[in-house]
Design a protein around this ligand. Structure first.
Ligand SMILES: Cc1cc2nc3c(=O)[nH]c(=O)nc-3n(C[C@H](O)[C@H](O)[C@H](O)COP(=O)(O)OP(=O)(O)OC[C@H]3O[C@@H](n4cnc5c(N)ncnc54)[C@H](O)[C@@H]3O)c2cc1C
Ligand code: SF4
Length: 437
């Protein structure tokens, strides 16, 4: 594809994710204006400080209140070009909304994400564009991966007139926005629509189906481009390493979620699903299986609820849907004839160490959500680039220390949120622009 205006990233019309309703539905214009009028427009704006991309929240909300939707969208997207997805997927309870002063006053906080969604959806629907590609600088940058980090980076680079070539190993762009984020927050087609809008700035060539390190070497990129941005995210689901893990019916959670977002998963006959882990991906998996009609879905976690790394508000939402849990437990083995039918769980003590006791429960589907591998090893052969526990080490601007090489997003921070990837991609682009000036 060329400039993002006619992408052609085909995803099947029949997708399991179509079963999911919006968890936080769109505001009408009247609802948006009414919510905007509640804002106190605090001069110190704790919401803006809490946002990793520092969107001027009071400013854009004031514009919505005044009926200036285009101005509101301009303010948001100038700070964060991925404002459309962030509006839907940001854990606002721990970021901007969590910082709203109304929380201290005992009133419901301003629904910043929903207001942001209202304004950015208006921009995409109306086709408003606020940035244009700069005059050709004669310089070119390669970007590895087409996820949020690279999209934010490429957009900023194009404003400076640097030619961008994005290498993406999948057939679709958008990274985990397209393949991983829970469909009740955002569906794959919305992620692709946003990516097309971002790339619509023009002058970004996207080569999908090309894996760097396999089809294209790092040496090729370093030779052919003036800078390289590594935005490859994280790797495959981590395995438990227990007996029976290869039985049909046992999946890595991120791979399973990708299958349901981009196609159809067959859950006929599944009655007892287990999701192993205590993070947000595990909680997403529980909520997704319940929504798809699996009658019994239990989280299996080594500790108790209070110690789970996943957000408490996400787990509360899962419980409302009927989620159950096996606390102080971890799989020891999966068993079954031809496919998984049972899980043998080991009991854990308060320090999450095995007690030696085991018990067996029914399980005809298992999602393993205990993390993803790190991809930093891909750069390990480059002198001057340091890898720490699989993560690429860089300065605050994403510079790795090796001339030309920059990093941002999950590959750099070890796995945070879309808004962090957007912030890091943009920061790296600005650093690249300074280096190429
Ligand atoms: C299941 C799940 C749910 C999540 N839910 C949320 C949420 O609700 N809210 C939120 O804010 N964040 C969420 N996150 C985290 C968020 O998705 C990530 O932080 C964000 O997508 C990171 O962006 P990135 O660009 O760094 O990496 P990615 O989004 O992972 O994109 C990297 C891209 O690089 C490609 N790639 C990898 N290796 C190569 C290679 N060698 N050559 C070419 N291309 C390559 C990949 O195919 C991918 O498209 C979730 C994560 C997961 C796993
Ligand atoms: S990008 Fe996310 S954290 Fe920042 S203001 Fe918008 S919803 Fe809040």
């Amino acid at each position: 594809m060329g400039d993002g205006s006619n992408p052609g990233w085909a995803i099947p019309a029949e997708r399991a994710e179509a079963a999911f309703a919006d968890y936080k539905p769109a505001y009408s214009a009247g609802q948006a204006v009414a919510e905007a009028w509640r804002c106190l427009y605090c001069s110190d704006a704790p919401c803006t400080q809490a946002c990793p991309t520092h969107i001027d929240v009071p400013q854009f909300i004031r514009k919505i209140a005044a009926g200036n939707d285009e101005g509101a969208a301009r303010s948001i997207l100038a700070a964060n070009v991925l404002g459309t997805s962030c509006a839907r997927v940001c854990p606002v309870e721990t970021l901007c909304v969590g910082a709203c002063v109304y929380n201290q006053l005992g009133h419901p906080p301003i629904q910043i994400g929903r207001l942001q969604r209202y304004a950015t959806d208006r921009a995409l629907d109306a086709g408003w564009r606020f940035d244009h590609a700069g005059p050709d600088s004669g310089r070119s940058v390669a970007l590895i991966g087409a996820g949020p980090a690279s999209l934010a980076c490429a957009h900023e680079l194009r404003k400076a007139g640097h030619r961008c070539v994005v290498f993406e190993k999948r057939d679709v762009v958008g990274g985990l926005n397209t393949t991983g984020v829970a469909p009740y927050k955002m569906r794959a087609d919305t992620a692709l629509r946003e990516a097309a809008w971002v790339l619509g700035i023009g002058g970004c060539e996207v080569r999908t189906g090309v894996e760097v390190g396999r089809e294209v070497s790092l040496a090729d990129l370093e030779r052919e481009f003036d800078a390289v941005f590594f935005g490859a995210g994280l790797g495959a689901d981590t395995r438990l390493g227990v007996a029976g893990e290869d039985l049909p019916g046992v999946y890595g959670a991120v791979a399973f979620i990708e299958a349901l977002k981009l196609g159809v998963v067959d859950l006929a006959g599944v009655r007892h699903a287990l999701v192993v882990g205590g993070g947000n991906t595990a909680i997403d998996g529980v909520r997704e299986l319940l929504t798809l009609g699996v009658p019994s879905v239990s989280l299996v976690y080594r500790g108790v609820q209070a110690g789970m790394p996943g957000y408490a508000h996400e787990w509360s939402a899962a419980q409302v849907k009927g989620a159950k849990a096996e606390w102080h437990a971890a799989p020891v083995a999966f068993e079954g004839e031809g496919r998984v039918q049972r899980a043998v769980l080991g009991r854990m003590d308060a320090s999450k160490r095995p007690t030696g006791d085991t018990y067996t429960i029914a399980a005809d589907l298992v999602l393993v959500a205990i993390g993803q591998g790190k991809l930093g090893a891909l750069l390990a052969g480059l002198p001057g680039v340091r890898i720490d526990k699989g993560v690429v080490v860089a300065d605050a601007d994403g510079f790795t220390g090796r001339p030309k090489w920059y990093v941002g997003g999950d590959a750099r921070n070890g796995g945070k949120e879309v808004v962090n990837a957007a912030a890091e991609g943009k920061a790296a682009a600005l650093a690249i622009c300074r280096a190429l000036a």
